[in-house]
Design a protein around this ligand. Structure first.
Ligand code: FES
Length: 132
């Protein structure tokens, strides 16, 4: 789908949601994974060519585009372990940028990045995690 067409859908600002223009980005309503298949903690998966970070805490699930705002590399590019032991921080394995796992915002003391991780709106419906 062309970028201009995507901009017309719902009038969202693509400048602040660049993930929407990427190949494989989930469309609203698209299933991402069954909730039962998602363990507690972090899971990184790929939808076509689109990387998603899923964080599950109980039945609460958050999702981010797996692209670090520093150089757009996947956070797990150099190492698969990207969630802190206490589950509160995500760390990019490339140059160690750190993000708040609950908000995606850059963490204090991390390398300078211009913005945080891009959240992907999701919902849990009928036992499935779907794009919202
Ligand atoms: S690409 Fe993530 S910190 Fe550099």
């Amino acid at each position: 789908m062309m970028r201009r067409e995507r901009m017309a859908e719902g009038g969202r600002n693509m400048a602040t949601e660049p993930w929407k223009t990427m190949q494989g980005a989930p469309a609203p309503g698209q299933e991402i994974i069954a909730l039962d298949a998602l363990e507690q903690g972090v899971r990184v998966l790929t939808l076509e060519e689109f990387g998603v970070i899923l964080l599950r805490e109980g039945d609460s699930v958050r999702a981010y585009w797996n692209a670090c705002p520093h150089q757009y590399l996947p956070l797990d590019w150099r190492a698969p372990s990207i969630l802190s032991a206490d589950g509160t921080k995500l760390m990019c394995s490339n140059h160690a940028a750190i993000f708040d796992a609950r908000t995606g915002a850059p963490a204090e003391g991390s390398i300078p990045v211009s913005c945080g991780l891009w959240a992907i709106p999701i919902a849990v419906e009928g036992g499935k995690v779907v794009a919202a």
